[in-house]
Design a binder for this molecule. Sequence first.
Ligand code: ADP
Ligand code: NA
Length: 329
Amino acid sequence: AWPDRILSGIQPTGVLHIGNYFGAVKNWVDLQNSNHDVLCAIVDLHSMTLPYDPQKLPQHILLMAASLISCGIDPEKSILFLQSEVPQHTQLCWILSTCTTLRRLAQLPQYSEKSEYLEKPLLGLLWYPVLQAADILVYKATRIPVGKDQVQHLQLANALVRTFNLKYGETFPHSKPIFNPNNAARIRSLIDPTKKMSKSFPDPNSRIDITDPPDLIASKLKLANLESTLSIVYDPQTRPGVSNLIEMHSALTGRQISEVCQEFKDFDIERYRETVTEVMVETLRPIQSEVDRLLNNKEYIISALKKGTQKATDIAADTWRSVTEKTGN
Ligand code: ADP
Ligand code: NA
C-alpha cells in the first residue's frame, strides 16, 4: 500500500479571492490540520502557459505564499514550495510525454476551451496536464483536491501511471480526487451570479479578494446583484445572487444554509447585506493583518519557501532516481 499523500497546486496569478479560499485553500488547511501529509505547490510553470507578466511574477509568487500562509498553510506542517525550484517536475514531465499521445492531449476539454480565445495557443497549454501529472507523480501523491473541471486531468495522470507501470514496472501509485466537502464550494460572481467568481473576469467588483480592506468589501457587497429580492430566500435557480450571499454567509460561519435562513428570515435584504458584510470583514481581518505582516518580512516568506523546496526536493530526487533506474537513463 502507498502512503497517503496529498498534493495541491495553485498558480501565482495575483491574490486569492474568497472563491479560491472557500473552494480550495480552506480545505487544504483542514487536511493539513487533521494530520495529513500535504504538499502545497505554487505552480509558476503552469502560469506561463497563458500570457503573463514576467516583471510581476516574483511579486505574485511572494503574495501567493504570504496569502497561503495567512490562510493557515503552515510551512512547518505542510511542504509549501515553488514548482520551478524543483527541476524533477519538468524532467519527469518529459518522460511522461513519451507515455501518451498528442491526440489524447488534444481531446482534453480545457485545452479546447482555453485555446478557442487565443490566436496562437502555446504548446505548453496543450502539454500542461502532463506537467500536472508530473507534479503529482514526482511525490507519488495518492490524493488530489480537485474542482470538477480538473477531473479529466486526474484521469490523464492515472492513464500515465498505468502506461508507465506497464512499460517499466510498478513505480507510481494511482491517485484519487478529493472533492470539496464545503457546502459553499462554488462561490458566484457578485455582478453576474450565474457565473462562478473568478479572477479571469475583468470587473474587480465581481469578486472579493481576501486582501480587500473593509470599506472595499462593503462597497462591493453593496453593488452585489441581489435581483431586487426583498427578503431572504434561498433559491439558487431563480435567485442566484441572494443565494450566493447566503452561501457566502454559510461558508464564513461554518453553519448550514438552512440554519442561516432560519435565523435571518425576518431580516430585510439591506439589513442582511450589512450582516454578511460585517461577518466577511471580521473573518478576513486576521488573514489580512497576517498578509501585511508577512509582506513586511519577505525574508521569512523566502526562507519558508526554501525549506519547503528542500523537503520537496528530497522526495522528488528519490523518485527521479527510481525512474531513471527503470527507464535506463
Ligand atoms: P480562477 O477561476 O479565479 O482563475 P483558479 O482556476 O485558479 O481560479 O482556481 C484555483 C482553485 O480555486 C481551484 O481549486 C478552484 O477549484 C477553486 N475555485 C476557483 N474559483 C472558485 C469559486 N468561484 N468557488 C469555489 N472554488 C473556486
Ligand atoms: Na482559472
